[in-house]
Design a protein around this ligand. Structure first.
Ligand SMILES: Cc1cc2nc3c(=O)[nH]c(=O)nc-3n(C[C@H](O)[C@H](O)[C@H](O)COP(=O)(O)O)c2cc1C
Length: 365
């Protein structure tokens, strides 16, 4: 099958259809903006709004903004809250590890004149976010960081009448997602930028679990489940999208590739670090948030390689420090989420990037 045969089919998941099998990943924490989501939609791809870290009201405002910008389909990604590590049987160990980590971070905070944050649990208000979407028209809802459960997926189907996709990092997670009613899965390989979508962060593993590459994971999952599979992780151009399509994926989900689009909310020092090649490579680290995530290997990631497995506590602990570093333009202490394909990142309008991805996908020999 040539890529020219694949591309016109577009991406179909239940009632959702878009012209191109290209998904712009949800990127919580700043990079995703309504302009980026709408720009991808207008170009024929699927833009994903990131609801992670937001209140339902803040999410709804962004959704309304997207809908003012485009009539095309877009999706919304919701983080699951997960369990509070401070209510686990290991809570006293976790508390001690957090206190040690706070002490370890003190010199970094002092350097930026920042006060470390309150290491605490936050509820992502998942059910409330689903209810808040009832006044809007998302074409797809995706969940990350666990099994949304048959009840929540059922609620999306009943209330919003749109398909649901769940991020998975193993065949076990893919099977469980489908058993809960997922209409599609997003197979995220180890190359992916940002947080790994692991359902369980194994503290004994530096990467939180098996380091399965996207191509291997995709092949395994396509064999295992009967629902459409979106591939994510290290996909940096249209040829790589064509390659995952040829392997049986219905689309490629790209995050890092969109980080330097004009419409993205990526901070100036983060953009510079990607484009100036300030760092040599990437690393999966818990240093910034307490959950394994792939970042450029900057000073902070290098110094704090043994951060505790305690999300979102570490995220809140480091947040003021990261904000101060961002304001000061110092990339060395910022979470610089990036996938292994980060060297291909280019600046410019999202329409240009989408046109290039489409050309690379369809105009291949
Ligand atoms: C800056 C950044 C933020 C991200 N935030 C989210 C998110 O909010 N929700 C989510 O499901 N995935 C998130 N991801 C992961 C992406 O969905 C996707 O798996 C990843 O970007 C694919 O790898 P790539 O970056 O090599 O393209 C994020 C990735 C990046 C780079």
């Amino acid at each position: 099958m040539s890529s020219a045969d694949i591309a016109p089919a577009g991406l179909r998941i239940g009632s959702l259809w878009v012209r191109l099998p290209i998904v712009c990943a949800p990127m919580a924490g700043g990079p995703t903006t309504p302009a980026l989501v709408a720009g991808v939609a207008e170009a024929g791809g699927l833009g994903m709004l990131a609801a992670g870290y937001l209140t339902p009201a803040a999410m709804a405002e962004l959704v309304a903004d997207v809908e003012q910008r485009t009539d095309r389909p877009y999706g919304v990604n919701i983080f699951l809250s997960g369990a509070d590590p401070l209510s686990s049987p290991q809570r006293s160990d976790v508390r001690r590890a957090l206190e040690d980590y706070r002490a370890e971070l003190a010199p970094d905070a002092a350097r930026h004149g920042a006060t470390l944050g309150d290491a605490r649990f936050t509820d992502e208000q998942v059910a409330e976010k689903i209810e808040a979407l009832a006044d809007h028209r998302p074409g797809l809802v995706t969940f990350t960081f666990g099994d949304p459960s048959a009840a929540l997926i059922g609620r999306v189907h009943e209330l919003l009448r749109v398909p649901v996709a769940v991020t998975v990092t193993s065949t076990d997670e893919a099977q469980a997602a489908v058993a809960s009613g997922a209409d599609a899965v997003i197979a995220q390989g180890i190359e992916a930028g940002g947080h790994r979508g692991l359902w369980f962060d194994d503290p004994s593993s530096a990467a939180g679990g098996p380091r399965t590459p996207t191509a291997v994971l995709l092949a395994e999952i396509v064999e295992t489940v009967d629902v459409p599979v979106i591939a994510a992780g290290g996909i940096a151009d249209g040829a790589a999208v064509a390659s995952v399509l040829a392997q049986g994926a219905v689309a490629g989900q790209l995050g890092t590739a969109f980080l330097c689009c004009d419409e993205a909310g990526t901070s100036a020092p983060y953009r510079r670090a990607l484009l100036d090649r300030s760092y040599r490579d990437t690393v999966v680290t818990r240093a910034f948030s307490g959950r394994p995530a792939r970042s450029l290997r900057n000073g902070f990631a290098t110094r704090h390689g043994h951060a505790p497995s305690a999300y979102p506590h570490v995220h809140h602990l480091t947040r003021p420090l990261r904000a101060a570093a961002t304001a000061a333009g110092e990339a060395d202490d910022i979470n610089l989420w990036a996938g292994t394909g980060w060297r291909s990142v280019t600046p410019g309008p999202v329409a240009e990037l989408m046109a290039r991805l489409e050309a690379e996908l369809t105009d291949r020999p």
